[in-house]
Write a protein that binds this ligand. Structure first.
Ligand code: AMP
Ligand code: MG
Length: 351
């Protein structure tokens, strides 16, 4: 077990002296967890293959799953990529810093372990004040996947990180809850038209409003598609809690009815059932353990709580989680992408 140092810091009152230590650790090749506006990240010096290797060990991450490189300033990009397409330039001006990761052709400076041998590299500039300051002070680009054990939901709170990675990393910077709550949008900008490989906080319409057009990787559009997703991480059963997750669709009455029917049946069989609900329908689930993700009118709220709720139900040792679903538009597309992964795309069968 590693000695893990824990540093608490209020993101609205950053203490530069205190942050100098984790910054130095990053520069010298150690692993440091820090909050970003999407989820917590597990960082290491992206230019050192030894340092990046420690990330894969700490998470138990498969080596064919590439990492995102985080930078603090636009001028750091050139050293990492061989070419900056025009569309990327325009998108950066609007969405950086923020939850948009772009895929570029890589430069020789980026070790293969970061990109899992691909000739492209994923780069993002986070907007979280602690992440920005830490990366800037480290003075090196920081490769950072989500700070969870591989296969677990991404961490949106410091207690999630402590549970998964205490004793496995050198330092954890705790800075409260993350805002978006889902990982960044991954956008391939190497082709003629940008393609979303992973939906996230920045939506297709937002991207299209800058570039004129934006496609979504076809393998993401159909859950039963035989196509292999272009974003390597998307093929894993990511974000999956210990419990079996089943979704319910259709209109509100049909959806709530399916969940209630299934919950009754499972309860009769002695199963512990948790319901992922929304504010509007909480009243229907009396007598069951239900967590509201927020209002259906505010999908951002639902996005920010999804991973927290999945982890909460695991803490409660639920056998089965039954989940409502929301419209697959704007950030709802990212919510449904993560939920379908958690559920292994299983739905409550209508009888
Ligand atoms: P995580 O940081 O854990 O959310 O994972 C990063 C994800 O970004 C990976 O699982 C990939 O899906 C995606 N990604 C990173 N680098 C590339 C790349 N070069 N090409 C396509 N997708 C990438
Ligand atoms: Mg991840």
């Amino acid at each position: 077990m590693k000695k893990t140092q824990i540093i608490y810091m209020d993101p609205s009152r950053i203490d530069g002296d205190k942050l100098a230590h984790p910054a130095k650790l990053l520069r010298e090749g150690a692993t440091v967890v820090f909050p970003t506006e999407t989820v917590y990240g597990l960082g290491a010096n992206a230019l050192s293959k030894e340092a990046v290797g420690k990330i894969f060990v700490a998470k138990g991450r498969p080596s064919d799953n590439p990492l995102i490189v985080h930078i603090a300033e636009r001028c750091e990009l050139e050293a990492l990529v061989s070419d900056v397409p025009e569309a990327a330039e325009a998108l950066m001006a609007v969405f950086w810093p923020g939850p948009l990761t772009m895929i570029f052709r890589k430069s020789d400076a980026v070790p293969e372990i970061v990109t899992a041998g691909l000739d492209t590299v994923a780069v993002r500039m986070p907007s979280h004040p602690l992440a920005k300051r830490l990366i800037k002070m480290a003075g090196v680009p920081v490769a950072a996947p989500s700070a969870n054990l591989s296969g677990k939901p991404s961490p949106t709170r410091e207690e999630h990180v402590l549970k998964d990675l205490f004793g496995k990393v050198d330092c954890i910077v705790c800075g409260g809850e993350t805002a978006v709550g889902l990982e960044s949008t991954v956008l391939d900008v190497t082709g003629r038209v940008p393609v979303i490989l992973r939906p996230g906080g920045v939506t297709r319409d937002q991207i299209a409003s800058v570039t004129g057009a934006c496609q979504i990787d076809e393998a993401l559009l159909k859950s039963d598609s035989p196509l292999v997703p272009k974003s390597p991480g998307m093929k894993y059963t990511h974000y999956s809690p210990d419990a079996d997750v089943f979704m319910a669709g259709g209109g509100i009455d049909e959806m709530v009815g399916a969940i209630l029917g299934e919950a009754e049946e499972l309860k009769a069989k002695g199963k512990k059932v948790g319901i992922l609900a929304t504010d509007e329908n909480m009243g229907s689930y009396e007598g069951f353990t239900a967590v509201s993700l927020g209002s259906r009118q505010r999908p951002e709220e639902i996005a920010s709580r999804l991973f927290m709720a999945l982890r909460l139900f695991d803490e409660m040792k639920m056998d089965v989680i039954l989940s409502e679903t929301i419209e697959e538009e704007a950030i709802g597309r990212a919510v449904m992408n993560r939920l379908k992964k958690a559920a292994g795309n299983r739905w409550i069968e209508r009888k």
